[in-house]
Design a binder for this molecule. Structure first.
Ligand code: EPZ
Length: 423
């Protein structure tokens, strides 16, 4: 079984560069389908989900080439083909292809997308919105067939904020006939990046970064080169590692302006920061303080994707902390694993109450999903002794090389096959 072995108990010291953003690049790769020609996506992280997205693009006869951190997507041969079901089912972002494919080739047959096991994750908002834009959708037990003769602009008011639905409707709208309005749109920086990519390619979008997007359909988009912004969640994960273990680290290229809610939460726990254009300096000297209440929310609130990492920091903070998860109903799956390491955590529906302990103990623990898995590695870094986190592949969906990054921050850790005899 693939795993990560961590020798914990050391303070963090050093610096590492933050990779390109997973949640920005996935919809941007889907958006290349809207463009006839070759797009160059720079600073594209080499992670599991990107590899799956590339496979999906290749299955539609796009040629995709990676040269270092740049991925070139050639869409001139785009054709309707069956998407590999393992890639569709393993990754929620495969749904992003729907809006783009309907715009370019008018029909899509696909299985329901998968993704991390953090909640039920329906796609009803995506489908409802597309129906309003002139798409006929036939749902089957395991998937659906969607077809349109012409996408038309429409007015959408999302009943709640959804990142994916906002992105999908945006992708469908840029080449649709007429104007589309999306109210109560998600404001995540990854949506701003998608709007930026599309606008540079010739789309007409007003309101990027706000909760009201107005998209006026254009006839076509043109190929561009685009640099993916740094990953605020990866930066936040290492910030939380410093909160757990203490120390002083510099996160090169960390997108500080996108991390304000995270920085504020960490400041309340006792961390100090210096923000600059080059990145983020994190200093944690004394034992961290508990946080009486931290609640996840859509952007600009505290991100659900960092809930597990901060929950881990709370296990070693002084006093009682409370974390409330408001976005996904099943995102406390790391709690039993943290308890194996000596953490004191009670779960009450979507709340956890954490009584901080001086330190955690190394253990063999299991990752079940991406962000939870990364948080368990952070727990290993603060724990006394050796920790083995199994199912490394979940973490590699979103982190290019978490071991390399942690080594640069002074933590001894390595990829292993488990069981293994340590010599
Ligand atoms: C995106 O997922 C991110 N994924 C997630 O990142 C992130 O946790 C999430 O947004 C929230 O910030 C990508 O960007 C690829 P949503 P998405 O639609 O788009 C419900 C990570 O670890 N909902 O904003 O799937 C849904 O069940 C991850 O990198 C419906 O009910 O999230 C959830 O409760 C995983 N019907 C809430 O809305 C729908 O049609 C928000 O989901 C759509 C969503």
């Amino acid at each position: 079984m693939n795993a990560i072995q961590i020798y914990g108990g050391k303070r963090l010291m050093g610096q590492t560069r933050i990779q390109g953003s997973k949640n920005a690049v996935l919809p941007i790769l889907a958006a290349t389908l809207l463009i006839d020609g070759t797009c160059e996506i720079e600073n594209c992280p080499d992670i599991g989900d990107v590899r799956h997205m590339i496979r999906l693009l290749e299955s539609m006869c796009c040629k995709v080439e990676r040269i270092g951190q740049t991925v070139k997507v050639y869409t001139n041969q785009l054709a309707h083909c069956d998407m590999p079901s393992d890639s569709v089912c393993v990754m929620r972002s495969s749904i992003m292809l729907l809006g783009a494919l309907l715009a370019r080739i008018g029909s899509v047959s696909m299985q329901y997308p998968g993704g991390c096991v953090i909640g039920s994750r329906p796609i009803d908002l995506h489908l409802q919105g597309l129906r309003k834009m002139g798409v006929t959708i036939e749902e089957r037990e395991d998937g659906f067939y969607a077809e349109t003769t012409e996408l038309t602009g429409a007015f959408h008011r999302l009943p709640f904020v959804s990142v994916g639905a906002t992105e999908n409707l945006l992708l469908a709208a840029v080449l649709a006939k007429g104007e589309t309005v999306i109210e109560n749109a998600a404001r995540e920086p990854e949506i701003s990046a998608l709007c930026d990519f599309l606008t540079k390619a010739g789309a007409d979008i007003e309101g990027a970064g706000t909760s009201r997007l107005i998209i006026r359909g254009v006839k076509s988009l043109h190929p561009i080169a685009y640099r993916v912004p740094a990953d605020r969640i990866v930066a936040g994960t290492y910030l939380a590692a410093c909160l757990c273990s203490g120390g002083e680290i510099f996160l090169q290229e960390a997108p500080c302006t996108q991390m304000q809610s995270v920085i504020q939460a960490a400041e309340k726990m006792g961390a100090k920061f210096a923000e600059s254009e080059e990145g983020l300096l994190v200093i944690c000297k004394d034992r961290r303080k508990a946080l009486s209440k931290l609640q996840t929310d859509s952007y600009p609130g505290f991100p659900t994707d960092l809930q597990s990492a901060f929950l881990t920091a709370m296990t070693v903070a002084e006093g009682r902390s409370v974390m409330e998860e408001t976005i996904f109903e099943n995102r406390f799956r790391i709690v039993p694993e943290l308890r194996k390491m000596g953490a004191h955590i009670q779960v009450k529906k979507n709340l956890v109450v954490v009584d901080g302990t001086e330190c955690l103990q190394g253990a063999v623990i299991q990752a079940e999903e991406l962000r939870g898995g990364a948080a368990l590695v952070m727990a290993g870094a603060v724990a006394e002794g050796v920790t083995i986190v199994t199912n490394r592949h979940f973490i590699e969906r979103g982190y290019e090389d978490i071991c390399f990054d942690l080594q640069k921050l002074g933590i001894r850790c390595q990829k292993i096959d488990y069981p293994v005899i340590d010599t």
